[in-house]
Design a protein around this ligand. Sequence first.
Ligand code: URA
Length: 412
Amino acid sequence: MNILAIIDKKRYKEALSFAELDFAFNGYYHKKIPDYQMSALLMAICLNGLNEQETFDLTEIFIKSGQILDLSKVDGIIVDKHSTGGVGDKTSFIIGPIVAACGLKMAKMSGRGLGLTGGTIDKLESIPGFDVDLTFEEFIKQVNTVGYVNVSQNKQLVPLDKEIYALRDATATAESLELIAVSIMSKKIASGADTILIDVKYGSGALIKTKEDAVHFSNLVKKIGQKYHKKVITVIDSMNIPLGDNIGNSLEIMEAMEILQGKQGYLTDLCFKLSATLISASKNISYDTALHEAKEAVSNGKAYQKFLDFVAHQKGNITKLPLSPIVLEVKSHEDGILKDISAYKIAKLASILGCFRHSKEDQIDPGVGIVLNKHLNDKVHIDDVLCYLYVNDPNIKLTFEDLACFKIERSD
Ligand code: URA
């Protein structure tokens, strides 16, 4: 087999066989095919797509590159969730405690962030002492006792995705719908849950740009799930503004705790929707009954208690969350109505403050970030604070462009 012929075939929009995909992707994984040839193939896939059979075949090749977790020792219904990516996305550690309080088992493995995305593991590691590397026995024990565990991605789980993901990130090929589906579904299937919720985000701040693509993606991941006898449910949501008020590692943990203690707002509604969707599908009960269960778990304090148990079991000290003491105010220069908070620009600003990594070796600052002080459609006056910046350098230089995250329209 010849890699040039395979790249050429995809360039001319022809379908690749299982054997050809296996030759190219496993060849790359075993370092027989160089970065530049895999990059060319990824770009051809990104431009010309994969058909359903190719997507199924590539998912199978990805899964087989590593181990499949055996969760047979977990008592009860095991659920998992994955988001296609959002700015300020802290839904995992809100939904995990809620569904655990409703009797489900969430056994979750997550990754770190790279570029303009925050990773669940980085956020959890902002809690002093929090251990994201449990042994498999500790992982199973915690799912059975607490109902929610969240650890770092096992290195043996779909290792091919790790290699391809990094290359996609560096070659502008991250946005292929089929490659996103393969990447997410291979990890979810290898992680062993029975019911998988995929939170599909679309919009300017997301990997998937349009609603039409989000619907296509949603159908695709459901079909992949069917092949592996997994119940896959999807929730499609637009993602043009950040998810919640806080962006930054420990700040996001703080907001999750506030929501679990009853704070209201758009993110709370979204978390209830996602939790109810999971509970309804796993327990075979109506959405309304499931929603009632989820809301009850927050109002009676059980979900918050689950969060505290989860942190304590993973050795975190929640009383010692870091927060930078230097706080700057970003104020409005005009009167009007707040019409947009750009998720993309907020993520760029958070990145300047030190929330994210630019390379794998970078250190992130767990105590810096942004707290939004105004919401969409709020009335805004000159000098009103739009957001607070928690910074580690009092002399930080921010340009007008860095702070241009808000669109205010005159109300007259
Ligand atoms: N999340 C993943 O795990 N993979 C993707 O390709 C996109 C989002």
